[in-house]
Every structure is written in structure tokens, then in C-alpha cells.
Write a protein that binds this ligand. Structure first.
Ligand SMILES: O=C1C[C@@](O)(C(=O)O)C[C@@H](O)[C@@H]1O
Length: 253
């Protein structure tokens, strides 16, 4: 199993890494939030740029990315534009989406970018190769905020992301019943043991799915999202409690 190293953080070995989203609307809010991270158990910071008021002004995005990078010191930054069709705040054309991700990857201010895997293969592979050429790792992602597909379909999507060349395939699904959480966990185990040659990230959302955000080390998910001041998706718990549970499970294994 290959691991993915960003700065001092190795994703895919030991305790699942904790990623904390930043959902500020202004540069000031974003930097204020980032300033709190050094006192928290944060392995990776996710800048959810779809929340940012100036997201369609690339120059402003790059200036904020630079300042965010400085404010976070050694904490790696994951840059994510979550589109409204996958549960994010704003719509964006595929061309603009590619242009933004490429500009940010080139800037050197971020360590990882999130690319929605079903944006179209050509655009996805072009963003991935551009990121790689600039030393930036890629998380391919897929979200369904309404339901959980069958296990085989979940595995198929994760394998597709691997084929597209993403460093880390990720999927977040909403359970409509308790069984859906088991389906997500089964798919995670099958993917991580049988098909993945790299770390993967999975989660079942909302209260019913919380258990899946805690058990990554057991079933094969390498990173989990926790909240500092404001969650970016249903089911994220506070980082302190999250770390405690992850440490308990880590010690037992
Ligand atoms: O893809 C994900 C996962 C997520 O949706 C979650 O459920 O924790 C939160 C998002 O901020 C992130 O980009």
C-alpha cells in the first residue's frame, strides 16, 4: 500500500488523519479561523473555497491562499471547490473549475486539491496531471447527500478515481437507514483490501453515519473530517473528541 506524504503528514499509515474545513466567506474570516488551528489537533486544513465571496476572482483567491498558507505554517492545505451539484455552496462551469484548480496548484500555496471525479474524464485527468506537474497531490471525490448506492457501485466509483490517477479516492454518502452505513463500511473494506494501491477516504454522513468517521483505521479509511468552529457537512464531530476516539481505536489495534 502506497502512502501519500504532504509536508510532515503521511496519509495512509497509522491513525486516520484529521482534516478540518475552513468555511469563511471573507479573507478576514478565513485567516481568523486558520489562526486557531495551531492549538487544535489538525493534520490537514481544508479550504472550502466555494464559501468564499471572492472565489470567482482568481487574483483574490491566490492572495488569500498565500496568506492562508502563511497563517497555517506547517499544516498542509487542501483546496476544495465543492460544486452545488455535490452539496457545495456555488455553481461553476467545468472550464472555470479547471482554470481555478490549475491556477491554485501552480501557485505553490496549497498541498492538495480536491477534484470532483465525475466532472468529465478529460477535465479531471487534465487537472490531475497539472497538479502533479506542480508537486500537488489530488483527492478525487464524489458525494451523494441523498442516498447510499449499492456496495459494488461505491467500489466501482472509488476504482474509477484510482484509474483516473487521483492520489486519494474519496466518497461521502448519506445513509437513509442504518444498513447503508454498513454498506459504506463494507465497500471501504473491500476497496482497501482488494483493489486500492493507495489510501482512500470514505464516510457515511449525518448522525447515523458518525460511526464511519471514527472507524477508518479498522475498515480502511485514511482521513476523517472533524469540525473546529463550523462543520462543512452533517455528522462532523468536534476535533478534540474525534482525536480521542481515533487514539483509543489506534491503541487497540
Ligand atoms: O468531501 C468532503 C467530505 C465532507 O463532505 C464530509 O462529509 O465530511 C466535508 C467536505 O468539506 C469535504 O470536502
Amino acid at each position: 500500500m502506497n502512502t501519500v506524504k504532504v509536508r510532515n503528514i503521511t496519509i495512509g499509515e497509522g491513525r486516520p488523519k484529521i482534516c478540518v474545513p475552513i468555511v469563511g466567506k471573507t479573507r478576514e474570516e478565513i485567516l481568523k479561523e486558520a489562526a486557531t488551528f495551531s492549538a487544535l489537533p489538525v493534520d490537514v486544513a481544508e479550504w472550502r473555497v466555494d464559501w468564499y465571496d471572492d472565489v470567482f476572482n482568481t487574483e483574490e483567491v491566490l492572495t488569500t491562499a498565500k496568506q492562508l498558507n502563511e497563517a497555517l505554517g506547517e499544516i498542509p492545505v487542501l483546496f476544495t471547490f465543492r460544486t452545488s451539484k455535490e452539496g457545495g455552496e456555488k455553481e461553476i462551469s467545468p472550464e472555470q473549475y479547471a482554470q481555478l484548480n490549475k491556477a491554485v496548484a501552480e501557485s505553490g500555496y496549497v498541498d492538495l486539491v480536491d477534484v470532483e471525479a465525475f466532472t468529465g474524464d478529460e477535465i479531471v485527468t487534465s487537472i490531475i496531471s497539472h497538479a502533479h506537474a506542480n508537486g500537488v497531490k489530488v483527492i478525487a471525490s464524489n458525494h451523494d447527500f441523498a442516498k447510499t448506492p449499492e456496495k459494488d457501485e461505491i467500489v466501482r466509483r472509488l476504482r474509477k478515481m484510482q484509474t483516473l490517477g487521483a492520489d486519494i479516492p474519496k466518497i461521502a454518502l448519506m445513509p437513509t437507514c442504518k444498513k447503508d452505513v454498513l454498506t459504506l463500511l463494507e465497500a471501504t473494506l473491500e476497496m482497501s483490501e482488494q483493489y486500492a494501491d493507495r489510501p482512500i477516504i470514505t464516510m457515511s454522513m449525518a448522525g447515523t453515519g458518525v460511526v464511519s468517521r471514527l472507524t477508518g483505521e479498522t475498515f480502511g479509511s485514511a482521513l476523517t473530517f472533524g469540525a473546529a468552529s463550523k462543520a462543512s457537512a452533517p455528522g462532523q464531530i468536534g476535533v478534540h473528541e474525534l482525536k480521542q476516539v481515533l487514539d483509543i481505536i489506534h491503541k487497540s489495534l
